[in-house]
Design a binder for this molecule. Structure first.
Ligand SMILES: Cc1cc2nc3c(=O)[nH]c(=O)nc-3n(C[C@H](O)[C@H](O)[C@H](O)COP(=O)(O)O)c2cc1C
Length: 134
C-alpha cells in the first residue's frame, strides 16, 4: 500500500467568521439552512452555524475535497462578506457528527421550528456553539 494514503487526512475542519451583507430574516435563514443541509448530506459534511448580531461563525467538517468544494461556494456567496478563516486543519473526529448543519441563533428566529436549532443564552452561546471554535 502507498504510505501516502495512510497519512492523507480523511477529515478536515474549517472554522470561519463572516458578516451578513444584509440582515437575514427567519425565512431566509430557513432557506439557507435547508439547502445547506441537503448539499452537506451529499458531500458528507457536518457542522454548525452560529448567527448573532449579523455575524456568522461556521464550522464545517468533512472530507478535504468536499470542504474545499463548499469553501469555494462560500467564498462566492453574496449573502456574506469579510470572510475570515479562524482555523483549517486535519482532524481525527467530527464534533457535529449527527448534524448536516446545526444552527444556533436567537430564540425568536425559530418561529418556523427548524430542526437542529439551538437557542442562544444571555451570553450569546448555546450548548452547540461552544463546540464551534478554532
Ligand atoms: C453563512 C453561510 C453559510 C452557508 N453554509 C452552507 C453549508 O453549510 N452548506 C452549503 O451547501 N451551503 C452553505 N451556504 C450556501 C453556499 O454559500 C452556496 O450558496 C451553496 O452551497 C450553493 O452553492 P453552489 O451554487 O456553488 O452549489 C452558506 C451560505 C452562507 C452565507
Amino acid at each position: 500500500m502507498n504510505s501516502n494514503q495512510e497519512t492523507t487526512p480523511a477529515l478536515e475542519r474549517l472554522v470561519y467568521t463572516s458578516r451578513a451583507t444584509e440582515p437575514l430574516g427567519t425565512l431566509a435563514l430557513f432557506d439557507l439552512l435547508n439547502n445547506a443541509r441537503l448539499k452537506n448530506a451529499r458531500l458528507g459534511i457536518t457542522g454548525h452555524l452560529l448567527y448573532a448580531d449579523g455575524l456568522f461563525t461556521q464550522c464545517i467538517e468533512g472530507p478535504p475535497e468536499a470542504i474545499e468544494l463548499l469553501w469555494q461556494s462560500l467564498l462566492k456567496d453574496p449573502r456574506h462578506e469579510a470572510i475570515s478563516v479562524i482555523s483549517r486543519q486535519p482532524v481525527t473526529a467530527r464534533r457535529f457528527k449527527e448534524w448536516a448543519m446545526a444552527f444556533s441563533s436567537y430564540r425568536y428566529l425559530n418561529d418556523l421550528n427548524m430542526p437542529g436549532f439551538f437557542p442562544l443564552d444571555a451570553n450569546g452561546q448555546s450548548e452547540k456553539s461552544l463546540l464551534c471554535s478554532g
